[in-house]
Design a protein around this ligand. Structure first.
Ligand code: SF4
Length: 422
């Protein structure tokens, strides 16, 4: 025995609005299929149709304009119980705005049903033309009739891979059509044609719904696909990614009693971000709080590469660095990108490759041939030199993290260790 999906028979639409018909027959179809209200998740969009939420006893989610198909897909992936039904309501305007979301859900053949309320214009905002307004149909923004061909959302979703697509007229009892769409396995879309009485009927006097559709070159009918259904389980196959991460446990010691701000900078492809990441993780293994931020040009393979790392025994509340206490510079690109703030360092230490001329700065300068390990390893070597020279934390922490991250065999760890012990 199922409960009633509708809280009221008095729905909040203008008199004669087709949305009323769709809401009533959607709930009727779902009830006939045996769904309890709490077995159904109704995802609605912006537009007149979306005000149905408050009238439903089902779960409801109301999204931003055009996003209800994407939201519905997200709800589908998050469900533990595969017997729940996700029904997405969207208007012709939302379907235009979020067309890619609908196509992507169809391409994946997700097991959700999208009900497109195509009343041929933006009803809620004053009757403007949408991408699904039939050609020749008059709206408040196309007084001579829409000059453009509408998107054929049925053909688009059918071609994208949907299991089931149908276009029907929103006239009479449409519950059997909706029942068919809801009972499909995989992605289904049903486009229900209506004419908004408040704008469409007034602007197109005497025109009949079915004639408008046919004269615009569209057909009523249904289209079946045979793409494999993307199941709930497939969607969950990567859900344990976080659990695959190795936990970094505190097992080493550090000597910091306040915030240490570190900039590592060199050239793209020279291991700057990797060295920052290893430094950050090694610091975490000593119990320090850490932030890491990378910055580089959009074209990631050329120019500078800079990383900012904050280490602190207390919480770090801002991940950016203005003037660092430690600057580690391994190439001309890195130096040029950080020259100004290095010049403003009133204390701290500048670790700089010996091929470079240090700028004027009050920081202590340590110059060393970091590039002797090869350009690709210069940042790693310089970062490890900083840990050893400063004694900021136990040197074993960095070797442990390199081993844990599988870097020991890929980086010249032993060669660097020998160089550090020289
Ligand atoms: S404005 Fe149009 S679409 Fe909106 S409720 Fe009224 S008749 Fe329906």
């Amino acid at each position: 025995m199922t409960g009633s999906m509708l809280k009221t028979q008095s729905l909040p639409y203008c008199k004669g609005c087709g949305h009323d018909l769709i809401a009533v027959h959607t709930t009727k179809a779902l009830e006939r299929l045996g769904y309890d209200p709490l077995d159904v998740i109704m995802v609605t969009d912006i537009g007149c149709h979306g005000i149905i939420d408050k009238c439903l006893n089902t779960h409801t989610v109301h999204g931003l304009h055009g996003r209800s198909a994407a939201l519905g897909a997200g709800v589908f992936f998050g469900l533990e119980d595969t017997d729940k039904k996700v029904v997405v309501f969207i208007g012709d305007c939302g379907a235009t705005i979020g067309l890619q979301h609908i196509l992507e859900a169809a391409r994946l053949n997700l097991d959700i049903c999208v009900v497109v309320h195509n009343n041929m214009l933006y009803g809620m905002t004053g009757g403007q033309t949408s991408g699904l307004t039939p050609q020749g149909f008059r709206t408040t923004t196309s007084g001579e009739g829409n000059p453009l061909t509408a998107y054929d959302i049925c053909q688009l979703t059918h071609t994208a891979g949907a299991s089931y697509v149908a276009r029907i007229a929103g006239i009479g009892d449409i519950s059997a059509d909706l029942e068919k769409a809801f009972s499909q396995k995989g992605f289904s879309l049903i486009e229900i044609m209506e004419i908004c009485p408040s704008y469409g009927v007034k602007l197109n006097p005497g025109r009949k719904l079915k004639d408008v559709v046919k004269e615009s070159g569209r057909e009523f009918g249904e289209w079946l696909g045979n793409r494999q259904v993307f199941t709930h389980q497939q969607g969950k196959k990567n859900s344990d990614l976080l659990q695959q991460l190795q936990l970094i446990k505190k097992q080493f010691s550090h000597k910091l009693d306040d915030l240490q701000t570190i900039v590592i900078s060199g050239s793209a492809g020279e291991g700057v971000q990797l060295s920052a990441n290893l430094l950050a993780k090694a610091a975490m293994s000593t119990g320090l709080e850490v932030t890491q931020k990378g910055s580089y040009p959009v074209t990631v393979g050329v120019g500078f590469s800079t990383a900012e790392i904050n280490l602190s025994p207390d919480s770090v509340n801002f991940h950016g660095i203005s003037i660092p206490r430690i600057a580690i510079i391994t190439s001309t690109d890195g130096l040029n990108h950080n020259r100004n703030r290095i010049q403003q360092m009133g204390s701290g230490t500048l670790y700089i490759d010996s091929s470079l001329t240090p700028p004027e700065t009050s920081a202590k300068i340590i110059s060393r041939d970091f590039r002797s390990m090869g350009a690709r390893n210069a940042s790693i070597y310089a970062m490890m030199y900083y840990i050893q020279e400063s004694g900021v934390f136990d040197m074993e922490a960095i070797y442990h993290i390199m081993e844990m991250e599988g870097k020991s065999g890929k980086l010249p760890v032993e060669k660097i260790r020998e160089a550090l012990n020289d």
